[in-house]
Design a binder for this molecule. Structure first.
Ligand SMILES: Cc1ncc(COP(=O)(O)O)c(C=O)c1O
Length: 418
């Protein structure tokens, strides 16, 4: 993929690299009702869904109203199965390797707990590990004697591969678990996940990828990355309903990974004291879920597959790069992204304003961003000494009217005019 960046926002509209089919931004806006209500630059929080996604959810709820939940879901059995196929297709996996979950945090928790770590386990984590995952790992270490090592970052902000290799080399090989966030919550950083995967394989470490901010945003292909397991959420760059997500577990790893709390969905209780786990990743699922939302996830996945992840990534990266350039040229504004930031997420601060304040004032001007506090990423923002940042994140429904609105509003804040 050609990621060369065009800094002219009007030209970033839809075209990056001649080999890519352009994103039809006008069509994306036309099928995204929310695009007409505000300048929504918060896909890294929860993106705007298309009308088709929302209608598919409502249609199923209406069906449940008429027939009852079990009957309605039985009637959509094939469509529910198709969600696994679409999720697998997006990341280059098999449908049997996919478990549907209600959030990335649930996916991370059930997979990490299934590892049956203990004294001797070393968790090697990158600096931009998400708060919920970090707290889970820290409490495991406090209770079990497992160790946690925060791998340093290099000058460009990305994980320092040499430091990782040194850690892996002195470690105990197979008892190392590498936990890496591909793209963090706290900046536009993109980690070198394939290079990390090569090191994990060389030293026999297990590699768990938090792709919550990258699936639907950047190309994510499990075989190319070499990860053993991956989690993501539906509501962010996938544009799916809230309360959806999926996890991938490599087939050959499945039989060594037994859930701490098997559920009727993931296991058959076949004798007084015996049960048999599902042979597939569904061993990590629970029975109850919002079927309507999962069907919505399926629609969102299919829409993304039709649009193409390379075209999507190209548009997001170029649009964010242009935004970053313009923000960097504004006096009173500091771009907080590290150099390794080829993504659709831009973080910045405005002199004299807390990020919370800046975010509130932007919202009053119908520009939707979020403020990310250090408490969401102590190993990143905390260690960088940054209290909080404003995060703007783009999607295919954002055009130059949105990015211009953000730049004008930030300019007004920085100039003390708003
Ligand atoms: C990098 C990263 N990982 C994990 C999560 C948690 O996702 P969820 O809220 O779906 O559990 C987030 C949420 O913002 C995130 O940004």
């Amino acid at each position: 993929m050609d990621l060369s960046v065009n800094t002219d926002l009007s030209e970033a509209r839809g075209v990056v690299g001649s080999a890519l089919a352009p994103v039809d931004v006008a069509a994306e806006r036309a099928r995204t009702i929310g695009a007409t209500y505000s300048h929504h630059l918060n896909s890294a929080g929860s993106a705007l869904p298309t009308r088709t996604v929302v209608e598919s959810v409502i249609r199923h709820l209406r069906q449940e109203e008429k027939e009852g939940g079990y009957e309605a879901s039985a009637a959509r059995k094939d469509d529910i199965e198709a969600v696994y196929v679409s999720a697998a297709r997006l990341i280059g996996a098999e449908a049997e390797e996919i478990a549907l979950v209600d959030s990335a945090t649930t996916g991370l928790r059930v997979i990490v707990d299934a590892l049956r770590f203990g004294t001797g386990t070393r968790f090697l984590v990158n600096r931009s590990t998400y708060v919920s995952h970090a707290l889970h790992l820290l409490s495991i270490c406090a209770e079990t004697g497992a160790e946690l090592h925060i791998v340093p970052s290099g000058e460009d902000g990305a994980l320092d591969l040499r430091a990782l290799e040194e850690l892996l080399a002195v470690g105990r090989g197979s008892s190392d678990v590498l936990c890496v966030a591909h793209v963090p919550t706290s900046s536009g950083l993109v980690e070198p996940i394939a290079e990390i995967g090569a090191l994990a394989r060389r030293y026999g470490a297990l590699y768990l990828l938090d792709a919550t901010q990258s699936v639907g945003h950047l190309p994510v292909h499990v075989a190319e990355i070499g990860c053993d397991a991956l989690v993501t959420t539906g509501r962010k760059f996938l544009r799916a309903p809230r309360g959806t997500g999926f996890a991938y577990v490599r087939r050959s790893l499945l039989e060594n990974l037994t859930p701490v709390a098997p559920d009727v969905r993931g296991a058959v209780w076949n004798d007084v004291r015996h049960w048999e786990l599902s042979a597939t990743a569904r061993r990590f699922e629970t029975f109850e879920s919002s079927v309507a939302s999962r069907l919505g996830l399926g629609v969102a996945l299919d829409e993304l597959l039709a649009r193409g992840i390379d075209a999507t990534a190209g548009y997001l990266i170029a649009t964010a790069a242009a935004l970053r350039d313009e923000l960097a040229n504004m006096s009173g504004v500091t771009v907080q992204d590290p150099a390794a930031c080829a993504s659709g997420i831009v973080t910045f601060t405005v002199d004299g304003l807390s990020a919370e304040d800046a975010n509130r004032r932007l919202a009053a001007m119908k520009v939707r961003t979020v403020s990310v506090p250090a408490s969401h990423g102590q190993w990143d923002l905390g260690l960088r000494g940054v209290a909080s940042v404003v995060r703007a994140s783009v999607h295919v429904y954002n055009d130059s009217s949105d990015t211009r609105a953000l730049l004008d509003a930030v300019g007004a804040l920085a100039g003390g005019r708003a």
